[in-house]
Each structure stands twice: as structure tokens, then as C-alpha cells.
Design a protein around this ligand. Sequence first.
Ligand SMILES: [Zn+2]
Length: 238
Amino acid sequence: MLHRETVGRVELAFTDREGGVSDGPWSSLNLGTSNGDDPDVVERNLALLADELALDRLVRMTQVHGADVAWTSEVADGEIPVADALLTDQPGVGVLVRVADCTPVVLVGLDEPVAGVVHCGREGLVKGVVMGAVAAIREHGTEALEAWVGPRACGRCYELPEDMADAVGAVVPEARSTTSWGTPAVDIGAGVVAQLHELGIPVTDLGEHECTIEDERFFSYRRQGQDSGRFGAIAVIR
Ligand SMILES: [Zn+2]
């Protein structure tokens, strides 16, 4: 576990590669189910995580680089909603976001027990998935929020063709960057932090110096390819 913290009635956690039962490129705490790992082994990893965090239920989502937001109260037992933000106001129900280079975000409401996780990559940043999740929590009645942003591909590694990098920069200027070798790049984490700050939300950036491409403590799609595992972030109301 990279990080675990309790904020009011919400506990949040960011995983790394350690503590699971997967082998090979998925070694060991792979939380992803669409990357070639044995589905039964992944379910064991998810169960280990649910146990460690003493969850009654762990809800995950099928992430599609969109901006849809789902609430666990609307997710049936065993259902896996298609969404990129998963919110909860139900005690004991953990919400999980899974990543390998994209930016994981945890949102915690301070006025009432509400929490959520968000998956934000290049497309999610442009589509405003983090802002959509914040808006949903605020519509729910919680104005004051705090955010935690996790490890992701950094702005010195995440190379893109110039037109794509510029397209991101046109929407979120803070996300336009340059690789350490001088080519066009994006810094999705910096973009997410800028969007959160614009919404008046204090951010704890756990991933500022934690690049998934450079650091083998994390899974990385760009470093490991198609078969890379997924680490994650979880939030649960106690
Ligand atoms: Zn990097």
C-alpha cells in the first residue's frame, strides 16, 4: 500500500504493486481484469484489498475515458457500471479506480459523508471528468471538498504527437509539457491539479514525484505494454 489516510469519516488508500497474488507482468497486486491476467487471481487480489480495508462491498467501474459519473446507491450488487467517476454516500461501500499511467483522483466531501474516485487520462482531462465528479458531489449537497491525486505518467515522460499535446493544452494550459528529451508532452496530473484548484478544492498531490513510467513500484501501460497490471485508489465511508 502506497498511502492510507482517514479524513473525517472517509478512509482513502492508494495501492502499488505489492501485496497481491498475481505473477509475471501483473505481479503482484493487479486489480485490472482486461489485461490478460487470470480473472480468478484478479478476484483474489480484489478480495484481499477489500479485506485489508474491511469493506462490506467493493464497487469498481468499467473505465472508458469518458466523463460519466456513477453513484454506488444506483449500482446493483455485482454490477460494474460503465463510468470514469464513482461516488458513494453509503458507509462500508468502497469505490475503486484502476490505473496504469492515467491519473487516479480521490474526492472527499467535508460537510457530510460522501466520497469518490475518478479515472483521468488525456481524454478525461479534456472532457472534464474530474469537474463532473465535483459537480455531482456539490449537487448532492456538499460544497467543501478535498482531493488526493495519485501516481501517474509524469509530464517529462508522457510524449504525444505535437497536435495532440497542443489540443490538450488548448483546453488545460497547465497540462502542456515537454519531455526530458525535448519533445511535445502532456502532464495530466498538473492539469487535474489545476482543474481542482480552479474549483477551490485543496489538493494533496501524492503523485507529484511518483512517475509510473519511471518507477517500477507501479504498473505502467507505457513501460509494460498491453499486459501491464493496474494499481488503484479506493475510498470508503466508515
Ligand atoms: Zn516520468
